[in-house]
Design a protein around this ligand. Sequence first.
Ligand code: PEP
Ligand code: MN
Length: 372
Amino acid sequence: MDGERPSIERWMKQGALPVVIAGPCAAESEAQVHEAAARLAAAGPVRYLRAGIWKARTRPNNFEGIGTPALAWLRDAGKAYGMETATEVAHGWHVEAALEHGIDLLWIGARTTASPFSVQEVANALRGTTVTVLIKNPTSPDVDLWVGGIERLRAAGVTRLGTVHRGFSMGGRTVYRNVPMWELAIELRRRLPELPMICDPSHIAGRRDLIEHVCQRAMDLGMDGLMIEAHPTPDQAWSDAEQQVTPERAAQIVTSLRIPRPATDDPMANRSLRQLRDTIDSIDCELLDALESRMRVVEQIGEWKRANNVNSLQLARWNALLHDRVSQGIARGLDDGYVKAIYEVIHREALRRQSQILDGVELPEETTAVEP
Ligand code: PEP
Ligand code: MN
């Protein structure tokens, strides 16, 4: 939604509104697909009707999709209710079958993006076609793997290309089914600003009540669209029941979102924003100065530890420091998880510097370096 992106890949944009892809996790029966389509078309601004035809399941013996016969259900329902159609492909023959049925948009699922062999197989089948393709982030928080998939698709001549942010699997340790890690979606957009990005709040949230918040967050970050799982009877869905909403609820979520506009070039409109950004810039300078001063003291402590032959890690001190900083943060209205995460990075780097001083060895830093 910003002005920097070349027009060739602006196929996504519908004025200021997000492109909406909605429909059931999986096609279950012809009647279910038609009912979802009818109710979505009646309820709201849905451009693409989605339905999973082949379902890559994490564990076996779950519903794995109806397969090829359901493609005709999707095509016909889209036609009947005036929506384009979208489905997931994971093999070359999926692409061929979907194209034979005139499906308008194909997406590559998170588990498939994680496998370069599979993405290459799909890319090969897409060569010479003009279909719209979206590639979801891989299940693991690996931006390079995501970029690699995009490169394979581009090399196969796919031009109507976009991405889907669906969160990252972290072994079920948070309220989200897939942790959003918005910073990774932002990093992808920083590297490839011309590609539209759709958010999939359903697979991020994993539960109905969080979907609206995730959608709003995606809009606040200027994402181009939303892919929402909507089922006529969500509780009875054969897959992903907890995260599916009714078609009416999906439409209600989309229409109630606040859609911020991108910053304009109008100097008057931007003045207060510029002032605020100047303030942020100078606060960041202070932060970096403080981090530099802190590091100098860390190094002095490292020298003392070497002279006295003491471990770099002092667990009791670290524990006390962390508790103290977290409660100081809370007293300042900062989130405890946020302060803890910052101090974990600060402490990790302090230990790394001290190991250099104690042993003369230098292990590489663990956080991702900035890529051009
Ligand atoms: C889906 O969209 O139904 C799906 C399986 O998503 P993901 O690949 O993101 O898990
Ligand atoms: Mn699903």
